[in-house]
Design a protein around this ligand. Structure first.
Ligand code: FJE
Ligand code: FE
Length: 297
């Protein structure tokens, strides 16, 4: 990928992600996936979540897409129906390809408020029924580069000459930028991809030097061009994620945590989940450890 940005992408839409209730007692700021922005191909959901015990996301299924969990503060304990379990701590990444089916729980793992981002990336029709797969990285293993007041953590894709080892079944870039006051970036993005920025902290200028300021909890969609230009002209650090992905251009039929291409496939999925078939076999006798603790049985 060329390192030059000749045709910066403009900001075409802006959304404030207000808190809403999800899971059991949890709060999410949902930007993609809400009514005004149901789908931004290939992205289905972007949640900035906040959970404190005993709230959380107890036993639930997924099929047909990937969930990417990137922790910002605290920790979440994850456990699935195949016995895969672990704790995702601040700075850690879990890239889960649900494929034909995962049933799992995602619950707070420590005291206080656990915060993070969860992104749902759609899978192409030919990969919706693949075997589930996890790619996990600890905070210290995520590649980081710093230059001229800019720090980038490369979750997926490439930035400042550094590449992430994460394999993206749907071609995706996911970069976590922190800009010191007075600094700026130019980041190439493949021309045919959809791309957005979500601001985590501080105030930034995106797209063009004379654009208006964007503050925390805002999502901005980028228009066409070959990259992102962004500036921090404030007196505090600016932190945001830049995410881009190759659009699938396929029909999307969603029923909660099941995302397929047709209503028939959704009906089949509901049947598979109810009957524990076609990938949901192990759900028959499974219950997370957490569900015993939380509900006391
Ligand atoms: C889900 C409602 C949900 N955002 N962010 C319905 F809340 C969920 C779900 C999550 C979720 C989990 C974490 Cl750890 C972080 C999240 C939604 O689990 F899957 C459905 N279907
Ligand atoms: Fe989940």
């Amino acid at each position: 990928m060329s390192n030059v940005v000749r045709d910066p992408r403009p900001v075409v839409r802006k959304f404030l992600a207000r808190p809403q209730h999800e899971g059991v007692g949890a709060t999410v700021r949902r930007s993609i996936g809400r009514f005004e922005l149901k789908y931004f191909d290939p992205f289905l959901v972007l949640d900035e979540f906040s959970v404190s015990a005993p709230a959380g996301f107890p036993d639930h299924p997924h099929r047909g897409f990937e969930t990417v969990t990137y922790m910002l503060q605290g920790a979440v304990r994850h456990e699935d129906f195949e016995g895969h379990k672990g704790t995702i701590e601040a700075g850690d990444l879990q890239w889960m390809t649900a494929g034909r089916g995962i049933v799992h729980s995602e619950m707070p793992a420590s005291e206080g408020t656990q915060k993070g981002l969860q992104l749902w990336i759609n899978l192409s029709s030919k990969y919706k029924m693949i075997e589930p797969r996890y790619q996990e990285m600890n905070n210290r293993d995520i590649a980081e580069a710093s230059k001229d007041g800019v720090r980038v953590r490369v979750i997926a894709g490439e930035a400042l000459g550094i590449k992430s080892p994460i394999y993206t079944r749907t071609p995706t870039m996911f970069l976590d930028f922190t800009l010191k006051p007075g600094s700026q970036i130019r980041q190439p993005i493949p021309g045919s991809w959809n791309a957005f920025v979500y601001v985590l902290e501080g105030d930034g200028i995106f797209g063009h030097a004379r654009s208006s300021t964007v503050s925390a909890h805002h999502l901005i969609l980028l228009g066409s061009g070959d990259g992102l230009e962004a500036w921090n002209r404030s007196s505090k650090p600016l932190r945001f994620i830049l995410v881009g992905g190759e659009p699938l251009g396929e029909p999307v039929v969603q029923y909660g945590p099941f995302v397929m291409n047709s209503q028939e496939q959704i009906d089949q999925t509901i049947e598979d989940y109810e009957n524990c078939t076609n990938g949901f076999e192990k759900a028959r006798h499974w219950k997370s450890d957490e569900s015993n603790v939380v509900f006391g049985y």
